[in-house]
Design a protein around this ligand. Structure first.
Ligand SMILES: [Zn+2]
Ligand SMILES: [Zn+2]
Length: 359
């Protein structure tokens, strides 16, 4: 228990660590071009640069779980901002006078904090966690008023209504002490994967267009075909269809990058060889489910506010369904059910909270 708490405190500390890594490998001219176009973007979107929020944890997660990203991109600027707009992130392709195009990815720390806070609330509701091979049983308590209050606070903070702060963290931590230890351990990992998947989604937009990624074309081809089939039946305007196809494409690309990175990385390294892919998919689907459930909250809580629309992204339930189908389709039939149990748990925790807090 103590080591879990230490990890949690370390995580909180890393969330407010300044990072000097952004753009460190870039020539000065490209750095300047990136800096200018990022500043324009921030101004246009009611956002501020906030490397102090989540910057440390995001870079740490990429380093630890998906270091392949640093090898795929020669140059990439990864920034953390804080925005009140309905933003998850931004991918810019900044042309520089030297002829290079600099991919610039900016993620919204407010959304990452929302994922983390909502997951913390979920963890505190788990009373018993019993996971053995072929068996996965969990007892969860019904949401109480304090859970609803914490979730509302988290969502308000997402849009900076109350300002991003440490409000409510003390009581979340003391509730965490009462929660099941294994559940806390697994779901904190899932939370990290949820945030990482959101970052990988943005990398996915860039990755699908990399000229040097020709070797991955076979995989990209199947992702693209699947993304097309996801939007075909929706009957929206062609422009929306094209945007949604690109979003599904980035979702699937991020899911594949995440799962394969987890399968060869430290999170499952002690698992028997044959189970690595299964366990990596189990954890990754849990993470993606946590990310999608967070977006579900946002859609449910704010769909009537000005500025909110589905024109750019398909609804979260649709995105989740596409990722789930794709990932489950990659598994041997005997694993199709077990690989979804963690994602199903998160969906259940989440829908109970939504039922308690947003009716
Ligand atoms: Zn340049
Ligand atoms: Zn996107």
């Amino acid at each position: 228990m103590e080591s879990d708490l230490q990890r949690l405190l370390g995580e909180m500390r890393r969330r407010v660590l300044l990072t000097d890594r952004a753009g460190s490998g870039l020539p000065a001219c490209c750095r300047e071009s990136g800096r200018r176009s990022y500043a324009d973007y921030l101004k246009a979107n009611d956002a501020v640069d906030r490397p102090d929020l989540c910057g440390g944890i995001i870079l740490g997660s990429v380093d630890r779980i998906a270091p392949i990203l640093w090898r795929l991109f020669e140059h990439v600027e990864l920034r953390v901002m804080s925005s009140r707009a309905f933003l998850s992130a931004w991918v810019g392709k900044v042309p520089c006078r030297c002829g290079q195009t600099v991919p610039l990815i900016a993620v919204n720390a407010n959304l990452l904090l929302l994922v983390w806070r909502l997951m913390m609330v979920h963890i505190t509701r788990i009373e018993r966690w019993d996971s053995q091979p072929g068996r996965f049983r969990v007892n969860i308590r019904r949401p109480e008023q304090r859970d609803v209050d914490q979730s509302r606070l988290a969502i308000d903070m997402y849009l900076n209504g109350t300002g991003v702060s440490t409000a409510g963290l003390d009581s979340l931590l003391s509730d965490y002490r009462e929660a099941d230890r294994t559940a806390g351990h697994v779901l904190l990992t899932v939370t990290e994967l949820a945030e990482l998947w959101m970052v990988l989604h943005e990398f996915g937009h860039t990755l699908m267009e990399l000229p040097g990624a020709a070797k991955l074309n076979e995989l990209f081809g199947s992702i693209d075909q699947f993304a097309r089939s996801c939007v075909r039946t929706l009957g929206r305007f062609p422009l929306v269809q094209e945007k949604w196809r690109l979003e599904h494409q980035a979702d699937l690309c991020a899911a594949v990058t995440l799962t394969t990175s987890v399968a060869v990385g430290p999170l499952v390294e002690h698992d028997p060889e044959g189970d690595r892919l299964h366990n990596a998919t189990w954890l990754s689907l849990g993470g993606i489910s946590a990310a999608m459930e967070t977006l579900n909250y946002v859609e449910a809580a704010y769909h009537e506010r000005p500025g909110f629309s589905f024109r750019k992204h398909p609804p979260a339930y649709h995105r989740w369904d596409a990722v789930r189908q794709y990932a489950v389709g990659c598994m041997p039939p005997q694993h199709e059910e077990s690989v979804q149990t963690l994602a199903n748990l998160i969906a259940a925790l989440s829908s109970e909270m939504m039922g308690a807090g947003f009716n």
